[in-house]
Structure formats: C-alpha cells, structure tokens
Design a binder for this molecule. Structure first.
Ligand code: FE
Length: 169
C-alpha cells in the first residue's frame, strides 16, 4: 500500500523527468527550425515555460522531502535524443515534430490532472496550485499547436512544391 502523499511524490518525480524530456525535445526542434519562425517562436516561449515548470516541480519535491529521479531523467534525455535524431531524417520533420509536440503536451495535460487530484487527496494546497498553473500553460501550448497545424501544413506544402525551397525544417 501507499499513502496519497507517497503516490504524489512518485508522480512528482515522474513529472520532473517528463519536463526534462519536454525541454530536450523542444530545444532539439527549435534548434533545427529555419523556415517556420512562428512555430519556432512559440516553441521558444514554451521552453521558457518548461524551465518554470521544472523549477515549480523541484520546489514541490523539496518541500515534500523527495529528490528528483536522476535515472528517470537520464532515460528521458536518451529518449529525447532518439526522437530528435529520428525526426531529422524525415522529409517532413516540421509536421511530424508539431504532431509529436501536440501528443506530448496532451501527455503532460493528463499527468497534471492526475497530480492535481493526488495533491487534493494529500491535502497539499501548494502542489495543487502549482500544478494547476502549469496545466493551463500545457493546455495553451496544445491548443496553439492544434490550431496552427492547418497553416503550418499549407506552408509546408507550398515550400515542398517549390524546387528552390527547403520544406522539412
Ligand atoms: Fe509542455
């Protein structure tokens, strides 16, 4: 068995690893993007937000007496590296990247909904408030990606059809 506090601590560690993976994925995408400045700017904004999420989760972990999991963090970094390398080999990496970003944001949204419920059960108002604030930024990023996918696809298709332009990034 485990108390709500213990489960909360586990899930905060998972969230810490998830946010590290988010940072690595976003940085890899931003670094490669050349022809889609609006997407790059939104990703850069979310990198800043992600740093803030990491800091907030760290503070929750410290307050609850836990430490972030370095093994999981390492796994996250390796996974992100694999995804970054995989993405760079695709002729439509900007589209696949935006789709993967949308999927990842939705995983984060689900994780923070779980954390908010666990924080409530554990009576941890500070963690609940922190996770609610983060959740809103993840929802905003997911919505932005979904709403901009049609425009992004049109821009990609136009560049792709022009022999003088590079479309993939
Ligand atoms: Fe996010």
């Amino acid at each position: 068995m485990a108390t709500p506090q213990e489960n909360l601590l586990d899930w905060l560690r998972d969230a810490h690893a998830m946010e590290q993976q988010a940072e690595n994925m976003l940085k890899a995408q931003s670094k490669r993007l050349e022809h889609y400045p609006e997407l790059k700017a939104r990703i850069d904004q979310h990198i800043e937000e992600t740093h803030d999420h990491q800091k907030s989760i760290d503070e929750c972990l410290t307050r609850l007496g836990g430490k972030s999991s370095s093994i999981k963090d390492l796994t996250g970094r390796l996974m992100a590296f694999g995804q970054a390398v995989g993405g760079s080999l695709m002729s439509d990496e900007v589209i696949k990247g935006a789709m993967a970003g949308y999927v990842f944001e939705n995983v984060e949204i689900a994780a923070y909904r779980v954390l908010i419920t666990a924080a409530k059960a554990a009576g941890d108002q500070e963690t609940q408030t922190a996770c609610e604030r983060i959740l809103h930024q993840e929802i905003a990023m997911a919505q932005w990606l979904l709403e901009h996918l049609p425009n992004l696809t049109e821009a990609f298709l136009a560049r792709s059809a022009d022999p003088d332009l590079e479309a993939k990034k």
